[in-house]
Design a binder for this molecule. Structure first.
Ligand SMILES: *[C@@H]1O[C@H](CO)[C@@H](O)[C@H](O)[C@H]1NC(C)=O
Ligand SMILES: *[C@@H]1O[C@H](CO)[C@@H](O)[C@H](O)[C@H]1NC(C)=O
Ligand SMILES: *[C@@H]1O[C@H](CO)[C@@H](O)[C@H](O)[C@H]1NC(C)=O
Ligand SMILES: *[C@@H]1O[C@H](CO)[C@@H](O)[C@H](O)[C@H]1NC(C)=O
Ligand SMILES: [Cu+2]
Length: 676
């Protein structure tokens, strides 16, 4: 996750997808006015005009760093949604507003804009941001910073001294982090790479050169060329299939899913309905896909019941473990610095998503405020890979009975390419009421060049800060922490978290030969301080219940969180990156709903100081029992690279689930039917 300085935006149009999309977009859709809809291209334009008018003469110096929907307060959305869903005459939708962050004259300003009716936007409020930290980087300034070295004499000399061809040097940029400095400037580091003989320029870093760019001045303010190391060879690093020579690897026969009757889901504007699920799908330049108002059909009550009000990846923290001069600062916050949404890649039909996928375009504001379209930014498809949702063979009966329910599910996918890494972000809905959150880490490793060509030369493994992956290449140790915002509203907004601890019990003396068993002890945290958990140390379950709704036989209705791989940060608490990424101090947190608490690394994450993180919010120690609560779950990996991560990184997938727990009267899988 260095930040990529060039942005491939467009993919060639694909006629089949276009056809499907037209088919799915009925002309008379009323969903345009849905209060949670992402900003439209014309709304972006009217916001830009409104903001430019606000600054008048000064506006040529204005740059946009975030433009997103400032969604209405939850009660407003809820009541509007309830009215809609019972089919009563649609009330006029709540007013639409946008939240905008700009840079002007070396400072950051926040604006709130009313989108009004038609194309006319008007300013509601404007505030100079006086706190610490800076907004997301724009692609234009990253590009400009990456170009500076090419007209900077000392850099050209460094390249010459290394006997490299300057026209084969490519510069990527990286955030600088915060390491206790009292005063900071908005800066980027520039990292030179060498593309000679390969597309895989990340495998050919040019080490030893420090370049710091001041973004307000847009000039190089610090430069050192301190040492030289071998630049790894290009040989064996190329990844384009068209450049591969025999002998080839395994040949896979085409795999596909055929749906002769067309897709089994329906998209109306931003509302997606499939099988027993209904939800709203949005897109945001900072967090990427946003799932809202997900509800599931209950065959017993004959109604859709609420599960998830709003869910998205709030932050993605990637600290590297090399503490040397040119690496220590590589502690990336890919959400708040780079923007997971604006880093989205156009998905390749038949490759990124299966044959039966439908593609959706997305928009975000460029640095000049104008909308940019990402074609095929998200795809929606039904997945069936021969999985079984439920099966049983009964042999005790005179006639053997075998029943199977196939595991078909609905997937919403986006790929965020942040520099070298690609994150495949999946939201999967299942007919049994489960929502699965999955991420696939792939792309290319961020590596360091070294003079070592064999592990025997390495006297002290500690000096590598990683694994030797090939001659002259070290794959640096690092972590990936994805912080999920999960605002569950299980059958209503007021919920509680229940921690169910599994405790060993001893069998009382001699009654039976067994000596032990386990039992469940329930604990309901009352305030935020009681609801910070490190998972994986003792067996426990976490269930979000609605304390005022019970099943017919008396259990509280709920949804449980089923953790996946648990990786906690093991950096020192007082280390600067950990102070900024304090949301990884625990794997699971609960806070009360607060519309302003969206981004766990703070609103202004670049060079943040940890004064606006999930940890500081949680320290308010608010009430969370029988309240409108939000869960924050950290999906974490420690990445110890291996040779199979060279020269590319095969997708490493992991995830977690939200699973109904006494939500239904009986398993909804029972009546799942599949038509041919
Ligand atoms: C440098 O690379 C460019 C682009 O590949 C090539 O055209 C040029 O001949 C190279 N120069 C030298 C001195 O090798
Ligand atoms: C790496 O090897 C090169 C070439 O032998 C040498 O000039 C350079 O000083 C070495 N760098 C380090 C850090 O040992
Ligand atoms: C188990 O039996 C022993 C001997 O009869 C007795 O001293 C002890 O209190 C008993 N413990 C329990 C838990 O009943
Ligand atoms: C809501 O969050 C904002 C930002 O963290 C904070 O300033 C405000 O005090 C919070 N409100 C409540 C009621 O906690
Ligand atoms: Cu990794």
């Amino acid at each position: 996750m260095a930040i990529w300085s060039l942005k491939p935006l467009l993919s060639p149009p694909f006629c089949l997808t276009a056809l499907i999309f037209i088919f799915l977009c009925p002309k008379h859709s009323h969903q345009y006015h849905y209060p949670l809809n992402s900003l439209t291209p014309s709304e972006f334009t009217s916001i830009r005009k409104c903001v430019e008018e606000t600054y008048g003469e000064a506006s040529p110096k204005l740059t946009f760093h975030y433009v997103g929907l400032d969604e209405p307060d939850k009660p407003v959305v809820q009541s509007w949604w309830l009215q809609q869903s019972v089919g009563s005459t649609p009330a006029s939708p709540p007013p639409r507003q946008a939240y905008v962050v700009v840079r002007i004259d070396g400072h950051t300003e926040e604006l709130w804009v009313d989108l009004g009716k038609g194309d006319r936007a008007s300013l509601i409020a404007k505030k100079v941001y006086a706190g610490k930290g800076y907004p997301m980087f724009g692609f234009k300034e990253q590009d400009a910073a990456g170009n500076l070295p090419f007209s900077y004499r000392p850099f050209l000399d460094s390249v010459e001294r290394r006997k490299l061809n300057i026209s084969l040097v490519v510069c990527t940029v990286s955030s600088t982090g915060w390491f206790g400095e009292k005063e900071t400037k908005r800066t980027l580091r520039v990292l030179p790479l060498y593309k000679g003989g390969t597309t895989n320029l990340y495998m050919r870093p040019i080490e030893g050169i420090t370049v710091v760019v001041d973004l307000d001045l847009m000039e190089i303010v610090r430069y050192h060329d301190r040492f030289r190391v071998m630049i790894p060879e290009a040989k064996g690093t190329e990844y384009r299939m068209s450049k591969m020579n025999p002998p080839f690897g395994p040949i896979l026969k085409g795999a596909s899913m055929v749906q002769r009757g067309g897709p089994g889901f329906h998209i109306d504007g931003s509302l997606v309905s499939w099988a027993n699920w209904k939800f709203h799908l949005g897109f945001d330049s900072r967090v990427g896909p946003v799932i809202s108002l997900a509800s599931v059909y209950d065959p017993d009550s004959g109604t859709f019941r609420q599960v998830l009000y709003r869910a998205y990846i709030s932050e993605l923290f990637v600290p590297y473990m090399d503490p040397t001069e040119d690496w220590y600062y590589r502690t990336f916050f890919d959400g708040g610095e780079s923007g997971l949404g604006q880093s989205s890649s156009s998905l390749k039909p038949h490759a990124d998503c299966p044959n039966n996928a439908v593609f959706l375009d997305a928009y975000f504001a460029w640095q000049d405020g104008e909308p940019v379209e990402v074609k095929n930014a998200m795809c929606v498809f039904e997945r069936y890979a021969g999985d079984v949702l439920w099966r049983h063979t009964e042999v005790l009966l005179p006639e053997q009975v075998t029943e199977v329910r196939p595991g078909v599910s609905l997937v919403v996918r986006m790929v965020s390419t942040v520099g070298n890494y690609d994150y495949i972000i999946d939201w999967e809905f299942k007919a049994n009421g489960v929502i699965k959150f999955e991420v696939g880490l792939t792309g290319i490793l961020e590596v360091r060049a070294t003079n070592y060509t064999h592990t025997d030369q390495v006297k002290n493994n500690d000096d590598l800060y990683g694994s030797l992956l090939a001659e002259n290449i070290v794959g640096t140790y690092h972590d990936h922490f994805l912080a999920y915002h999960l605002d569950l509203d299980v059958d209503g907004v007021r919920n509680s978290l229940v921690k169910e601890e599994l405790k060993t019990r001893r069998v009382a003396n001699g009654s039976v030969p067994r000596k032990s068993y386990w039992a469940v002890e329930k604990m309901i945290p009352r305030t935020e301080s009681e609801a910070r958990f490190r998972l994986g140390q003792e067996p426990s379950e976490f269930v979000v219940i609605n304390p005022s709704k019970r099943t017919k036989i008396g259990n509280n209705v709920g949804y449980s969180l089923v953790p996946g791989q648990v990786g906690s940060s093991i950096l020192a608490r007082e280390d600067y990156p950990q102070i900024r990424g304090a949301f990884t101090d625990y794997n699971l947190w609960v806070t009360p709903y607060n519309k302003s608490e969206k981004w766990v690394g703070g609103r202004f994450t670049d060079q943040s100081r940890g004064d606006d993180t999930l940890a500081t919010w949680s320290s308010r120690n608010r009430k969370i029992e029988n309240e409108d609560i939000v869960l924050w779950y950290m999906l974490g990996f420690h990445h110890v690279p291996v040779q199979e991560d060279f020269p590319i990184m095969p997708a490493l997938r992991t995830g977690f689930e939200l699973r109904p727990a006494n939500f239904f009267e009986r398993n909804p899988t029972l009546k799942v039917k599949v038509t041919p």
